[in-house]
Design a binder for this molecule. Structure first.
Ligand SMILES: [Zn+2]
Ligand SMILES: [Zn+2]
Ligand SMILES: [Zn+2]
Length: 316
């Protein structure tokens, strides 16, 4: 191990502890979520982008710009899981392993997928023969997603070669992943060409989170997000676009995502403690909210909401 990696392993948790003593997993063995990415499927910098959002990032990439992904670490049961297999999968597994030092290698105990759009599952390719050649890595999916993986190459090769082992999930049915944590998928309205789309409810011994990285519009969902928020502790939700300025004033109804501005309006009359639970995730490369120092990011924070930050931890 290089001295730099060794020192950073020692100092990172320490610095983190000084900044956020309540969520240091090394002193308080409680399960936690960790944000491993907050960018939309196409990443940042984004293919073909010549605008100011990406101009500087081609020469100086920001190591925190990773595609949307959550890690789940349980230091008590010494297990880890990941939500989504993104194009940034190798780096995200490495980051997850930093938080789960008890794990033998970089491959977690299981992978939960939301749907078959490239930012959410294509990282599975790294588990195949050409790369890691993993053995029976558990991949948790809904029925249509399972059918898609089983019927299409190169994904079915992962199944045939036993690189992955499909673990079926059912809508609204809790799946206990160990003695402390259970996970429940729920259907979400989204353009479902190849699979259904789900969000996840993740329940630990003390806290509950929901993860909805992609949704068409809040009113198309059978549940009411403003009611749901009162029942949970953290919501990692679709923040793809900021407002209509970002997409050149195209009609809001044409865009199959709730703008951050729309979502904030929806919650405007709710108490601050409910707004505080919201962490926008899945931000497009054009979304100024990705830059913590932008006026737009400050406005989101000033109104009581957050953008999910890379490596931010949330105790469950
Ligand atoms: Zn997406
Ligand atoms: Zn861009
Ligand atoms: Zn999608």
């Amino acid at each position: 191990m290089s001295i730099i990696i060794f020192l950073s392993l020692i100092y990172m948790p320490l610095m983190d502890f000084l900044a956020k003593p309540e969520i240091n997993p090394y002193l308080q063995p409680t399960p936690f979520l960790v944000v491993l990415g907050n960018v939309q499927d196409g990443g940042s910098p984004h293919i073909g982008c010549t605008k100011s959002c990406c101009a500087l990032l081609w020469e100086n990439p920001d190591p925190q710009r990773k595609v949307t992904c959550l890690g789940l670490v349980d230091p008590v049961n010494e297990q880890s899981f990941i939500f989504e297999a993104t194009p940034d999968f190798p780096e995200q597994l490495k980051a997850l392993h930093m938080f789960a030092p008890f794990q033998k290698g970089d491959i977690p105990n299981g992978i939960f997928l939301t749907h078959a759009h490239i930012g959410h599952y294509s990282g599975l390719m790294y588990l195949g023969k050409e790369a890691f050649n993993s053995h029976q890595t558990e991949v948790f999916v809904m029925p249509k997603m399972q059918f898609f993986l089983e019927k299409n190459g190169p994904w079915n090769q992962l199944i045939n070669e036993e690189n992955i082992e499909i673990q079926p999930l059912n809508n609204q049915v809790y799946h206990p992943i160990n003695s402390l944590i259970k996970v429940k998928p729920f259907l979400i309205p989204h353009r479902d060409e190849y699979s259904e789309t789900v969000g996840y409810q993740i329940e630990g011994p003390n806290k509950t989170a929901i993860f909805i990285p992609d949704i068409d519009k809040w009113h198309e969902w059978e549940e009411d997000i403003t009611e749901k928020i009162t029942l949970i502790d953290y919501a990692f939700i679709d923040g793809t676009f900021l407002d209509s300025d970002e997409i050149n004033h195209r009609d809001i109804s044409e865009i199959p995502h709730p703008f951050i501005s729309e979502t904030m309006d929806l919650f405007s009359s709710m108490p601050l403690k409910e707004k505080n639970k919201i962490y926008f995730i899945h931000l497009n490369h054009t979304n100024a909210g990705l830059n913590n120092n932008s006026e737009q990011a400050k406005k989101i924070r000033n109104l009581g909401f957050h953008v999910a930050n890379y490596l931010e931890k949330f105790p469950l």
